[in-house]
Design a protein. Sequence first.
Length: 402
Amino acid sequence: MSHNPSKLLSAICCLAVLALAGCSGDTIYQTSGCPVVPSAAPAAPAAVTCNNSALTSYDELLIIGPHPDDEVLGFAGLAQEFKRLGKPVRIVVVTIGDAYCDACSFWKNVGVEPSMAKWAQCNEADLKVFAEQVRRNETLSAQQVLGGPTPVFWDYPDTGLGTAWTAINTNIGVNTKLRRTDCTKSAVFGTGSETNLTPQGLYNQLYTLIATASPLTLIGTTHPLDGHPDHTGLGNLVRKVNAELAAKNDPNVRPKSVAFTVIHANTTPAGYPDHDAWYPYPGAVDGRCIDPVKQPCYLGDTTLLTRLRDWRYRPEWSFPLPGDIDYVSSIPGAVAVPFCLKAADYQGPTALKLQAVEKFISQQGYLARTGTIPAGMAGLVDCNGYQKGFIRSNEMFILEPL
């Protein structure tokens, strides 16, 4: 999980939103004043019927995640079960996570300048350090909590996977060098320096990875209709590799079954400024808190951010797929498969998935390059509790069996 490139920079000036219980679409617009946590608890969704064996019958799990943290948010419970069954798990993180402008700005400026209104954006050099020294280490720390494996990092540019898929899908620009990001530039995403990495190179790496996996490997990746362009791109690239493998009709090199997960909902319901403000269900009560105008709210009430984030933290609940579009029928032959986690993975403050998610501290506002984060500002990057919302009793997958 990272950011939505098409919406990210609007975070500074976007209106805060208060989502009422559930995902009904009812919304309260807040144009001034401080965010308010609803007094009523959100309504619990209907329970799901789990089908763990549909996923754990495979011999190996190969997780291919677009950004540092997606491998935990979407697959930590499934990976833990594979390991408990003595089956191998491999993790590839495709991008370096070097285009999260808000999180990098928080890391760069806290302790340097206390006023968010005066914070400087990260240039390409800042983002490189942030990605390589912070986000990569968070990913490694999360896997240490979960007992491994050590992820393999391919270091493609964050925001480059959507570009790569467009090139491969249209056969235009497949050998064009992908670019890094510089948050100080007006266009921002993909306008930094060229890399030596290309869409065709990425496709070739994915092809080799999937083709050489054992026949009964289950691939875990993001859904082709996920709301983040990198997630969409990666899901589509995996499906294209599988289609090419199937067309070869070679019994020794076969396509692999895929368990797709939805990290970002595809369609933002009317009235919500950001899809992360409503999925995972229940919706966040304030989806845009990186706002200098709101900063005094959090400084004046040091419990506000915690209460905002915990409103959607319901680990005992099971959750369905988001209801914005039909994620299942968009993939012919696919089926929805709810997967139940062991209590140790989601239940209580020592839950393994919770502890792993908490290692991604740069996305929760806890990390500063120098100095001390002012009281009340911890959690400001993820004020709506988006990451904690993935701590729940089940994980939802769309299984394409091949």
